[in-house]
Design a protein around this ligand. Structure first.
Ligand SMILES: Nc1ncnc2c1ncn2[C@@H]1O[C@H](COP(=O)(O)OP(=O)(O)O)[C@@H](O)[C@H]1O
Ligand SMILES: [Mg+2]
Length: 346
């Protein structure tokens, strides 16, 4: 082959590649449109936008991860979502593809995160709201664990409510740090290890995670316990540490405080079942299966003792929305009355 022929060939291949890329992009673009002005969230790894399925008109969420991300993980997350497919409280995943710049995950559009709702509520949730959130999340973890997976990044930003009539369902998202803890076929648990660096979010990390122990089911549960106290108290005692620029020192201080703080102090003024929840997680052995029924029982007991009802209507954000609706319908009836009066005068 002459040089010019070879060049010609190369050009042709390049052209084909470009064409293919364009087509992939087009396919993505024709089926789903992104709304670049509507940023839903910005995580540590990528950005989330809302968009629309052009065929069905359904609103969707789009998670984008640049192809040159230092630690690509969206494809991994897609695989985890697939393993959790059809689980109650797990978002539907429509497809995962790549264009010339991004890995793109198309998923069910959900509502606000618990963190966003909490901030909107001036960092206060009612006791019944917290107990109902927790009961759902124990069930969510039971499901995730039943699929041989750990979540490993339990925090309020990673739980979202649904939209419209699904505002009473708490969804679990963000499986980028998730890990398989036992073999699906043999059921063999991963081995105990230590000397590991912290994976997850320091504020909610279990004591053993701080100590460098390999995470297992117990650590997801312990983190859930800290999140519960965060929602009840408005903050955790190990928040707002100085040494912001020295991560290691900061993590060490968080660890020391978590170890030092008595559970009875941490949970003072709240149902004793809250301390029992965290204590139970801390007492668990590395390979133990959490007694999810016992944990749900604790939450139900705490509600009962305080004469509170487990009922979706009692979620703070649902009450608030209803109040706002009632308010506007009252205003509109006032306007209507006024109109009527004017009409009568005329
Ligand atoms: N399906 C979704 N619908 C609506 N908002 C979402 C959805 N998925 C994620 N978000 C928002 O984007 C944020 C980051 O998403 P997440 O998957 O947790 O990314 P990261 O792995 O970067 O933390 C979430 O905390 C949430 O506020
Ligand atoms: Mg996240």
């Amino acid at each position: 082959m002459s040089k010019s022929e070879h060049d010609e060939d190369m050009k042709e291949t390049k052209k084909n590649d470009e064409e293919e890329e364009e087509l992939t992009k087009k396919k993505f673009k024709s089926k789903y449109s992104i709304d670049p002005k509507h940023l839903l969230g910005k995580g540590s790894f990528g950005k989330l936008y809302s968009g629309i399925n052009n065929v069905t008109g359904e609103e969707i969420a789009i998670k984008l991860e640049p192809l040159n991300a230092p630690q690509p993980q969206l494809l991994y997350e897609y695989k985890i979502y697939n393993a959790l497919k059809n689980g109650f409280g797990i978002p539907k995943i429509y497809e995962c593809s790549k264009d010339n710049k991004y890995t793109i995950l198309i998923m069910e559009l959900l509502g606000d995160s618990l963190e966003k709702l909490f901030v909107k509520a001036n960092k206060r949730f009612s006791l019944i709201t917290v107990l109902m959130i927790m009961e759902q999340l124990v069930t969510r973890l039971e499901f995730i664990h039943s699929k041989n997976l750990l979540h490993r990044d339990i925090k309020p930003d990673n739980f979202l409510i649904g939209r419209k009539e699904k505002k009473n369902i708490i969804y679990a998202i963000d499986f980028g740090l998730s890990k398989k803890y036992r073999d699906s076929r043999t059921g063999l648990h991963i081995p105990y290890r230590d000397g590991k660096s912290l994976t997850g979010t320091a504020r909610y990390a279990s004591i053993n995670t701080h100590l460098g122990v390999e995470q297992s089911r117990r650590d997801d549960i312990e983190s859930l316990g800290y999140m519960m106290m965060y929602f009840l108290k408005g903050s955790l005692p190990w928040q707002g540490m100085v040494n912001n620029n020295d991560t290691k020192k900061k993590y060490d201080r968080i660890k020391d405080l978590k170890i030092k703080y008595k559970l009875s102090d941490l949970c003072h003024g709240y149902p004793k079942e809250c301390a029992m929840f965290i204590q139970y997680a801390r007492n668990m052995k590395f390979e133990s299966r959490p007694d999810y029924n016992y944990l749900r029982g604790l939450l139900r007991k705490a509600a009962k003792k305080n004469n509170l009802q487990f009922d979706s209507k009692n979620f703070d954000w649902i009450i608030k929305e209803k109040e706002e609706k009632d308010d506007t319908s009252e205003t509109s009836s006032i306007i209507n009355t006024n109109v009527k009066v004017i009409e009568e005068k005329v």
